[in-house]
Unconditional design. Sequence first.
Length: 388
Amino acid sequence: MTALNIGIIGVGNIGSLHASYLTAGEIPHAKLVAIADIDPARLTAATARFGALTCYDSAAALIADPAIDAVIIATPHYFHPLIAAEALAAGKHVLSEKPAGVYTQAVQRTLDVAAQHPELTYALMYNQRMNPAYQKARALVQDGTLGELRRTNWIITDWYRSQSYYNSGGWRATWAGEGGGVLLNQDPHQLDLWQWICGMPSRVMGFTYNGKRRDVEVETEATAYVEYENGATGVFVTTTTETPGTNRFEIVGSRGKLVIEDQRLRLWLNAQDEADFNRTYQGGFGQPDCREVPVDTVFDGDSGHQKIVKNFVSHILDGAPLMSPAAEGLRGLSISNAIYLSSWEHRWVDLPIDGAAFLTALNQRRATSKYDAAAGFSGQVLDTKGSY
Ligand SMILES: NC(=O)c1ccc[n+]([C@@H]2O[C@H](COP(=O)([O-])OP(=O)(O)OC[C@H]3O[C@@H](n4cnc5c(N)ncnc54)[C@H](O)[C@@H]3O)[C@@H](O)[C@H]2O)c1
């Protein structure tokens, strides 16, 4: 195979963005040939904008098209693992939007299907993994530059969302239609990067605030405190209702500290590992010498979406290493599920998460959700250009 025929399932906000660069020919060796959406108006709008494409009124109909080699899934989250499993079983490669799913059991079932098809690729749109600052941070943690991990802190409050955003789609911000709020919609990127760079915590204490400052049933604000196996600790702070917001990621190790803020990575290194200094120093108030070290990482403002699609295509066609395998989506989702469960049950939640316990608690919330499936998924298509 020398080129991929791609179908997009769900042509709302982000599905339209993916369609725009694919139809503009910006992804080598990939061609958008079909789209599917359960809302006929979305199909009409997409063909008016992107030209003649084969249209299907369901994911299943597009998946049954033998001309399609790979699908991009851009529907609301609950459908991601369900449609992915169907596509994989039909022999299609899958690139799914984040999150991998709403709860881990559904994602695990799809990973089991994927395991039966090792010839197929199942990847996620973790576009922020393509940001050089996060890639550099990961390298600095993994190659030991920072020493032993001591503390991680991420304040991510610059995902501002007004009430009009929440009103733009019937499924949004409901337990039954979406399955969560800021932790599940906006934060999957940071929760993935947090574990990708620092590793998985071993237990989580979470605090979530439903409908705070917005008329929605899910959380608009959350704070989590985590512990790692080696004794390190971490704090994750998030909300959609703060402006001006902050995006500051700080990682402290025994040999230094790095901070990513304003798309810039800064690194400070100690002359001596803190543990060694502490063992030998006799002077009382002193501390290790420390200097800021220049880091040659420049963020080019690229959202990374196209880079993920290019990587997905070249992995399938040429065997390039895959940047965001779907199996890794289980990790960030586990942290997210654990924050909810901890908050709902006012207790520590150990990782790996008890997927059945989380699903039981989620289902209680879905049962009383105001989401009206009959009202459908439609609403406004918002411009996601420049969203990151
Ligand atoms: N990676 C990113 O930067 C990024 C940005 C925005 C959204 N997303 C993700 O993309 C997904 C979609 O978000 P959105 O803002 O585009 O939503 P949206 O509501 O604008 O679009 C979803 C589309 O899917 C269609 N749809 C719903 N159920 C379907 C089904 N079963 N089969 C086929 N079509 C179906 C709807 O009719 C709608 O057109 C979400 O999971 C979101 O988390 C990712």
